[in-house]
Structures are given as structure tokens and as C-alpha cells.
Design a protein around this ligand. Sequence first.
Ligand SMILES: [Zn+2]
Length: 98
Amino acid sequence: MKDLALKNDETAAPRARFELDDRGFDEVPKKYRKFYRRWDGPDDTLAPNEVLCPVCKIVIRSHRELLPGDRVYCMACMSRLTVVRGKAGRLEAVLELG
Ligand SMILES: [Zn+2]
């Protein structure tokens, strides 16, 4: 199976990389905490490497910039998600079907 993330890249530019810090998200094992943080609500601005889980409203964080077509996993609610470009131009995550 082809790597959807690579195939769906919007640009050929190298992706920005991000250092993740532990934000104290304690609903997953400690080694995974840096990949998640709590969402502060509609005024919370998401970074290019962050996307909101539509199921449990936890912010999923990646070491690299996220692009439409990327697949992410929400460990908090065990949902498999695909990153899409939302109507407002922001990145959103939608549940994978099947
Ligand atoms: Zn979730």
C-alpha cells in the first residue's frame, strides 16, 4: 500500500519539524504524553503539527507538520483519523471509515 501522506502532499517543500514537550496529558502512558494535549476551546490556536480529535476533543501532536491525507491515531479514544483541509482552511481530522 502506498504512503497516503506522501502522495497527498500539497507542496514538495520539506515539512517543518517540531520538538514536542510533555503538556501533562495524563490519559495515556507517560511515553506518549507529548503527543497529546488538552484543547482550550475555540480560541485555542492549533500549531501546524497539531490537529483536534473530533471524537474526544483532544489535540493530537506530531513531530512533523501535518498535511491533508496524513493519518493520525488518537490514543485517548482509540480513533483512527485522517487529516483533511476543512472549510475554514484549517486542518481538521475526520474518522476513518471501516
Ligand atoms: Zn480522541
